[in-house]
Write a protein that binds this ligand. Structure first.
Ligand SMILES: [Zn+2]
Ligand SMILES: [Zn+2]
Length: 304
């Protein structure tokens, strides 16, 4: 096989899969079959290869009910699954008690958060009587917890030190949201993306997100409200769609993805809003559960 052939094989390996894009609470039914009803969860499969040997790292952003859509191959094929938790609101954790990955003894999972010591406590609280019949002791996966806040960390430090992989670097910043939350920027090789849900860039100095996501391949951004809804929901920690579009445009991100859809917004409403949006911003779309986005500035996303 030629080197070119190998490179071609790998062009598809930097990709993002939307496993759940709904905000606040899951929804179901025929009105939600296009954009989906599962709550926040996004998979990044990043090619960290150095030259010819094929290497990949996987990150899962948040553990909403969408984590039940995580393909089994993710934890079967990778030594470690890195799960970055933006914050502890229930819609971002509710997939934990039934996550098939956590019941598999072959899975090794590292959870990251600002309050990383609080993660097992929150799991314990969620999975306790009278809310849940069994505690997190039923999990069979190898689970650990690490701090992520402020300073960038390299998730594959050992491989990067050995020179077998390019570093996969994650930087966290606090965002404006009740109780606090973090947005994550990931950089590796020539690629980069930002996951920023549950944030209101119009509060405080929230527009720093524009710089945080500067020139990334993809910016996934909370866009929960219409302009009218936003006026009634100021302080809830979510932006209007116009603000979200402005932030994506100002960041210079190659693609934008609106995320954390309001549970009241049906497929018909989201489609109409998307058509209006794309009259002005062709590079922004509303995340659909099942979307696969190839991280390449020239290749548009496709549905799998
Ligand atoms: Zn949320
Ligand atoms: Zn929240």
């Amino acid at each position: 096989m030629t080197q070119t052939g190998r490179k071609n094989e790998r062009t598809d390996t930097n990709k993002v899969t939307v496993l759940g894009a709904r905000g606040s609470i899951p929804v179901s039914g025929t009105d939600f079959s296009v954009y989906g009803g599962a709550t926040s969860c996004v998979l990044l499969e990043a090619d960290t290869s150095v030259q010819e040997e094929n290497r990949q790292q996987v990150i899962v952003f948040d553990a909403g009910s969408g984590i039940l859509n995580l393909p089994k191959r993710v934890w079967k094929e990778h030594t470690t699954v890195h799960v970055l938790l933006s914050h502890f609101h229930l819609d971002h954790l509710m997939g934990i008690p039934m996550s098939p990955m956590l019941f598999d003894p072959s899975a090794e999972v590292i959870f990251y958060a600002e309050d990383f010591e609080g993660i097992p406590k929150v799991f314990q609280q969620m999975m306790a009587e009278p809310l849940w019949p069994v505690g997190p002791g039923v999990f069979k996966a190898k689970i650990s917890y690490r701090l992520i806040a402020g300073r960038p960390i390299v998730l594959n430090q050992e491989q990067a030190d050995q020179g077998t992989e390019v570093p996969l670097t994650v930087t966290a910043v606090p965002v404006i949201h009740p109780g606090g939350a973090q947005a994550f920027r990931v950089d590796w090789g020539t690629h980069s993306m930002v996951y920023a849900t549950d944030c209101d860039p119009d509060e405080g100095n929230g527009r720093y997100l524009e710089r945080f996501a500067a020139d990334t391949d993809l910016l996934i951004l909370d866009a929960q409200y219409t302009e009218e809804e936003y006026e009634n929901c100021r302080g809830f920690g979510h932006p209007s769609m116009r603000t979200a579009a402005e932030v994506i445009e100002a960041s210079g991100a190659a693609r934008g993805l609106f995320f954390h859809h309001a549970p009241t917004h049906t497929d018909a409403q989201l489609k109409e809003m998307e058509e209006t949006l794309q009259q002005y911003y062709q590079h922004i779309s509303y995340a659909r559960e099942g979307d696969v986005i190839t991280l390449c500035k020239k290749i548009p996303y496709r549905k799998y």
